[in-house]
Design a protein around this ligand. Sequence first.
Ligand code: FAD
Length: 341
Amino acid sequence: MTSNYHETDVVIVGAGPCGLFAVFELGLLDLKCHLIDILDRPGGQCAELYPEKPIYDIPGCPIISGQELVDKLMEQIRPFGAEFHFGEMVSELERTETGFRVRTDANTTIACKVVVVAAGGGSFQPKRPPIPGIEEYEGKSVFYSVRRMDDFRGHDLLVVGGGDSALDWTLNLQPIANKLTLVHRRPEFRAAPDSVNKMFALNERGELTFQQGQVTGLIGEAGELKAAVVKGPDGDVEVPATRLLPFFGLTMKLGPVAEWGLNLHEELIAVDTARFESSEPGIFAIGDINWYPGKLKLILSGFHEAALMSQAAKKIVHPNQRVVFQYTTSSTSLQKKLGVA
Ligand SMILES: Cc1cc2nc3c(=O)[nH]c(=O)nc-3n(C[C@H](O)[C@H](O)[C@H](O)COP(=O)(O)OP(=O)(O)OC[C@H]3O[C@@H](n4cnc5c(N)ncnc54)[C@H](O)[C@@H]3O)c2cc1C
């Protein structure tokens, strides 16, 4: 056996908020987990796409940033000692006599009884705008997400796009930018009307510039951006910019999960709403990756799905053990597991 071989009760594909909370619910039922994520850290979309943005609809948390939520989830699941495999993509899933064998592109193999797909939008990749030579600037002057707002402080920022991400980051970064220009090909936006109104008000007051058009070229050297060429209704304009933030959406690629023979509904894994199990017994799907009638892609939905999935998973891993419903407030046995009794 290589050191890359592991055995566990449950493999969770994806360490986004729903995968993380699943560790908690499974842990209360004494199920051990390994989590695998392509990203180099936990948190999925919350950590990758909006770590500093406030979330207002987590029950009991009137306001919490994407990263704070991830940090709190990590703290909450600490007692259960889940093992993480970051920077690895789950590539293969094979049914065995005792359950499943999961393999990653880094040659990790994990034998388990249950698989929980919590892969969100799949292996999400930002869409690259068709600007010649943009690759040379990526990671130096061109960024597809804002991990730390402070990295953009004092820069001449060029934000491109017309959706919520483009407008939200325009409003959030405008106060700390030296100068901010928003470029969108039309004066109509897909983003929330309130954000659009706020942006136009700032434009009126000269606190940012809205430029209609499309970025067609980048000017700079060795990845250091100096300006961008914007083709607008009145021809080409050169806009000074040291950082470019294109928000053209994400490609939601289900990736290898699509090859596992699960019933899909428009690229999402169809599940039932009592167990959140896929068409393959023992393979569950929770969070943004699943579909059922009425599904809402909200973090709180994924948390609920994790709780019900765990009850079903327990019956697969320990078919002879009775699952006793208990509250964490009053059960000393659950409190012992949490290390608080
Ligand atoms: C800008 C923005 C704001 C939002 N605001 C809110 C809000 O206010 N309230 C709210 O409830 N929701 C909000 N959402 C939605 C919320 O972030 C998602 O519902 C949530 O992240 C889904 O969690 P998840 O765990 O299902 O998936 P994700 O967070 O997408 O995590 C899935 C993880 O799986 C990994 N993965 C995928 N495929 C593989 C593979 N084959 N191998 C290994 N790893 C894999 C990915 O790398 C990723 O880390 C917002 C989303 C965005 C983009």
